[in-house]
Each structure stands twice: as structure tokens, then as C-alpha cells.
Write a protein that binds this ligand. Structure first.
Ligand code: PGA
Length: 254
């Protein structure tokens, strides 16, 4: 069964206590909500993971990192490995966010290694893909996403792929206030599902969760989530405010 998910990506925001306060507020609101909710994941900075995992334990909320090292341990100053993330109580990590691809020069080949490392440590993966503006304007958005998935993700075996959620995040929509239209999101999500079907078969494609990310907020979440191939969202800025984040969570019908 395809799982519906709303994941918050806090990026490099909030000091330790601010993060704990936000997690506590989200927990309180989620627990008070009467309607059936989708899966909720808080992807926090590394420093928050252990504490937030403790705060949200015994709830429907899970925690995740935003990145991980491709190797398990060793002399890699400043890096955090997947087994270290797992030991905090986190169950997810984002891999391949466009900010990592662009600002930290992460290649598809490196992202495949990171994904493998995360899965091997028992983490589930939110794997991001998406085109930049000039690629969309020159009608290369489908081929960009296709090659990101082919080179960074589709080398996984089917059992590994079952632990992966795909997030489509058009780079021109991230943090810009410009959202993909519901039609643009649906069109790309359907395309991605077709690629998954070609690689892993219809049944697995049907079970694959595909999230939309990029300026998704309380006011536009419902129209994006109404599309049949949009299974939830990866939320940046709007996940830093508990009530806005809850509006998005409850906009996703399960
Ligand atoms: P945004 O970020 O919601 O602030 O646009 C989404 C993301 O980068 O995951």
C-alpha cells in the first residue's frame, strides 16, 4: 500500500532548544488531531536528532536526517555516518536534496553511494530529484529527472528500493514562493511513476510514495495533494511553524 507522508525539512535552522520547542509543538498538535493523519517525518539538523527522537517517541511522528556520509566510519572530519544517524533513533534520511547537489557538488554517483550506505544502516531514504529553471524552460525537465533517477537511484535492487520515497522538487520552486502548478506536479509525478514501473514493475510503482516539494504551504497544499500521483509533501520553510505544518499535514487525505 502506497504510504502518504508529510515530511518537514528544517534545513540549517533552529538552535537546540528552538528545535525541541518546535518538535514539542508539532507533537502536541498531532496528538490533539482527531482526523486520521498521514505519516509525519521531521528531518532536523544532526544536533537535534537524538533529542527530537526522544520527544516524539510513542507517536506517529518519525525523525530523519538531511544528509549522510557514504562511508560508515573513519577519518572524515565533520562528517556524520548513516549508522550514527540510526543510533539517534532516527529512521529516515533525505538524500540528494538540490541544495546538496548544487552547493556541495553532490553527483548522482555519490548519491547512489549515500543511498546504499543509508539503506545498509537500516534507514529509509527520501531521495530528491528535480530540474532547475532553465531545464524546464528548455523542456529538458523530464530528461533531467530521468537521468537523476537512472544514475542515482535505479541501480538499487527492488528490495532496497522498497525502502525509498521519491521527492520531486523543482529547484525553481524551492524557497522562492513560486509553486509548481497542481498540473505540473501531477504530470511529473506520473512520469516518475512510469519510470519506476519500467525499472521495477507496475506493482512496485503503484506502491511507491512520491512527494512534492517546493514552496508547499498551508494555502496550496490541498490542491497539490489532490492529484492522484502526489502522495504528500517535503516541506521546507513552512515546516518551521507548527500550526502551518499541521495545516499541511491535515490537507493530505488518507
Ligand atoms: P521550501 O523547501 O518548502 O522552503 O520551498 C522545500 C525543500 O527544499 O525541501
Amino acid at each position: 500500500m502506497r504510504k502518504k507522508i508529510v515530511a518537514g525539512n528544517w534545513k540549517m535552522n533552529l538552535n537546540l532548544n528552538e528545535g525541541f520547542d518546535l518538535a514539542g509543538s508539532v507533537l502536541k498538535m498531532v496528538n490533539a488531531e482527531k482526523s486520521k493523519l498521514p505519516g509525519v517525518i521531521l528531518c532536523t539538523p544532526f544536533i537535534h536528532l537524538s533529542g527530537v527522537s526522544r520527544i516524539i517517541s510513542n507517536s506517529i511522528i518519525e525523525t530523519g536526517a538531511q544528509n549522510c556520509s557514504p562511508v560508515k566510519s573513519g577519518a572524515f572530519t565533520g562528517e556524520i555516518s548513516a549508522p550514527m544517524i540510526k543510533s539517534t533513533g532516527a529512521t529516515w534520511t533525505i538524500i540528494g536534496h538540490s541544495e546538496r547537489r548544487a552547493l556541495f557538488c553532490e553527483s548522482d554517483e555519490l548519491l547512489l553511494r549515500k543511498t546504499n550506505a543509508a539503506l545498509e544502516a537500516g534507514l529509509k531514504v527520501i531521495f530528491c530529484c528535480g530540474e532547475v529553471l532553465h531545464e524546464r524552460e528548455s523542456l529538458k525537465h523530464f530528461s533531467t529527472v530521468e537521468s537523476q533517477l537512472a544514475d542515482g537511484l535505479f541501480k538499487l535492487e527492488a528490495e532496497q528500493f522498497a525502502q525509498v520515497v521519491i521527492a520531486y522538487e523543482p529547484v525553481w520552486a524551492i524557497g522562492t514562493g513560486v509553486t509548481a502548478s497542481p498540473d505540473q506536479a501531477q504530470e511529473m509525478h506520473a512520469f516518475i511513476r512510469k519510470l519506476v514501473a519500467a525499472r521495477y514493475g507496475e506493482a512496485i510503482a503503484d506502491d511507491t510514495t512520491i512527494l512534492y516539494g517546493g514552496s508547499c504551504k498551508g494555502s496550496n497544499a490541498a490542491e497539490l495533494f489532490r492529484n492522484k500521483d502526489v502522495d504528500g509533501g517535503l516541506i521546507g520553510g513552512a515546516s518551521l511553524n507548527a500550526s502551518e505544518f499541521l495545516t499541511i499535514i491535515t490537507a493530505l487525505k488518507v
